[in-house]
Ligand binder design. Structure first.
Ligand code: OSB
Ligand code: MG
Length: 371
């Protein structure tokens, strides 16, 4: 029997980060997150739209989500018999881009479907190959190198399996050199968030001496071909983030040798169905993947945990404990890591954690019901 969504509840929540997060495109002090609840026959599924507060990572931002769902997505999803969660992608395929907004709704329908079937979300998506997912941390650009070293030390003490540091021009070679000197054996990588161009090729080659696991998205957000030209000149493997928005992009990037690793973000590719396709394309080509993060609340975080349980997620991802981000998360229990730097899958239905509704209500700044 298909799914008929009879109501969509949107809410915008504001969550201050414990400490600011700086990338090459700017600083974030607080998250403005849109959560999507889809309701069918009295059962709810929840999703999180992973767009940032500004259209700097990609074109989406908190302000673009609401009108897109109200005007374009809800009318295609509400009161229509969907064959399953896989039908959400095709129902919204006429919309250009906005994968995170479409993906937030899609993920909510997967959560709903898992609850209808009384199974955990990881099982519903065909995951569970890993019962514990391997965790790394993404560390933003710090004011001082000394601050960065201290932060890394404390993350390693908490058991995290690899360190990712954000870089940008002027905060790259010397910062990494200092980290490598202090932590010669740590699994280390750098994320540039598109801060360089091919003109920086010789400069980026200087990173080869630090035997990084990978450099993530050094070049433009929509550029596959230049990454192929750069990869041919670098020993360090390139990992693609921003420019893989579909399984087709993954196929093109792999065919061109534009990188050797792919970061899969649930939102960036429009939800679970496409994330699984990216995963499968990479797996067939022998390309390892890992699960990226977008500073998610507990709901998006729990969805990421489910995704990362698919078999080809063989590298530690950017999914880490709630307490690294939030004084208080919106789920109970919060997402926690083991001393080995892993997160264990949970057996509860749907995304596997309870929503703290009172707390959620207290941080909600806007809501709307669509039916
Ligand atoms: O490029 O992976 C990225 C956060 C916001 C925008 C882009 C990125 C990130 C992260 C954070 O690296 C990962 C996390 O801890 O959620
Ligand atoms: Mg990235």
């Amino acid at each position: 029997m298909g799914i008929i969504i009879d109501k969509i509840n949107l809410r915008h929540v504001r969550m201050p980060l414990k400490s600011f997060f700086e990338t090459s495109f700017g600083r974030t002090y607080a998250r403005d997150i849109v959560l999507v609840e889809v309701i069918s026959d009295g059962l709810s599924g929840w999703g999180e739209v992973t767009a940032g507060e500004n259209p700097f990572y990609n074109e989406e931002w908190t302000g673009s989500i609401w009108p897109l769902i109200c005007n374009y997505i809800a009318p295609r999803i509400l009161n229509f018999e969907l064959d399953g969660p896989e039908a959400v992608g095709p129902r919204t395929a006429h919309i250009r881009g906005h994968m995170m907004t479409r993906g937030g709704v899609e993920a909510a329908v997967w959560d709903l479907e898992a609850r209808r079937n009384n199974v955990p979300l990881w099982k519903q998506i065909g995951g569970g190959a890993h019962k514990e997912i391997a965790c790394g941390v993404s560390i933003g650009i710090q004011d001082t190198v000394d601050g960065l070293l201290k932060k890394i030390e404390s993350e390693l003490a908490d058991g995290y399996q690899r360190i990712k540091m954000k870089i940008k021009p002027g905060r790259d070679v010397e910062d990494i050199r200092a980290v490598r000197k202090e932590f010669p054996l740590v699994k280390l990588m750098a994320d540039a968030n598109s801060a360089y161009t091919l003109a920086d090729t010789d400069h980026l080659r200087r990173l080869d001496e630090f035997y990084l696991m990978m450099i993530e998205q050094p070049l433009a957000h929509d550029e596959i071909i230049d990454h192929a030209l750069l990869q041919a000149k670098l020993d360090t493997p390139i990992c693609l983030d921003e420019c893989i928005r579909s399984a087709h992009h993954a196929e093109q990037a792999i065919r061109l040798n534009a990188g050797r690793i792919i970061n899969i973000k649930l939102g960036r590719v429009g939800g679970f169905a496409e994330a699984k396709r990216v995963h499968d394309v990479a797996q067939k080509a022998g390309i390892p993947v890992w699960c990226g993060g977008m500073l998610e609340s507990g709901i998006g975080r729990a969805h990421n945990v489910a995704l990362a349980s698919l078999p080809n997620f063989v590298l530690p991802g950017d999914v880490s404990a709630s307490k690294r981000y939030w004084a208080r998360d919106i789920i109970q229990p919060e997402v926690e890591t083991t001393p080995n730097g892993t997160i264990a899958l949970r057996d509860g239905v749907g995304f596997g954690y309870d929503i703290d509704m009172d707390f959620l209500d207290s941080i909600t700044v806007r809501r709307e019901s669509l039916s």
